[in-house]
Design a protein around this ligand. Structure first.
Ligand code: 5GP
Ligand code: ZN
Length: 117
């Protein structure tokens, strides 16, 4: 499974430590090591994809499952009702620091990261 020396590939493969909250054949979800909110989970594809720029039509179901996993984990963490933020940073200007596609699930308090009004 692990073809890149990438920290998120290693977490998905179980060769680097992380607090994993959900894993299946395609997706791993784990707690961010520097949480920016009471609930801060990262949802990643197990397969290495650099960023949203590298997605193709054949990844549509995978992306759908990543979002649905985030929504389900929001329910599991009892933040669904009060709300939460899903963030997918892409590239330098998007603030992406780890070049393995990941969806942030943030909640448990009012989120002041990203777009606010
Ligand atoms: P980005 O800024 O790329 O959208 O988000 C990367 C996130 O990954 C950051 O919130 C950062 O704290 C988290 N992160 C980076 N390296 C690790 C790690 O080795 N383990 C965990 N659990 N989170 C990490
Ligand atoms: Zn990777």
């Amino acid at each position: 499974m692990e073809t890149y020396p990438c920290i998120f590939c290693k977490i998905a493969a179980g060769s680097a430590p992380a607090k994993i909250v959900y894993q299946d054949a395609e997706i791993t979800a784990f707690y961010d090591r520097h949480p920016r909110a009471p609930v801060h989970v990262l949802i990643i594809p197990n397969r290495h994809i650099d960023s949203a720029n590298d997605l193709s039509e054949s990844d549509a179901a995978l992306i759908g499952r990543m979002f649905l996993t985030a929504v389900r984990l929001a329910g599991d963490h009892r933040i669904a009702e009060n709300g939460y933020r899903l963030i997918l940073n892409t590239g330098r200007d998007g603030g992406q620091t780890v070049p393995h596609l990941h969806l942030h699930l943030l909640g448990g308090q009012r989120i002041h990261l990203g777009l606010n009004h």
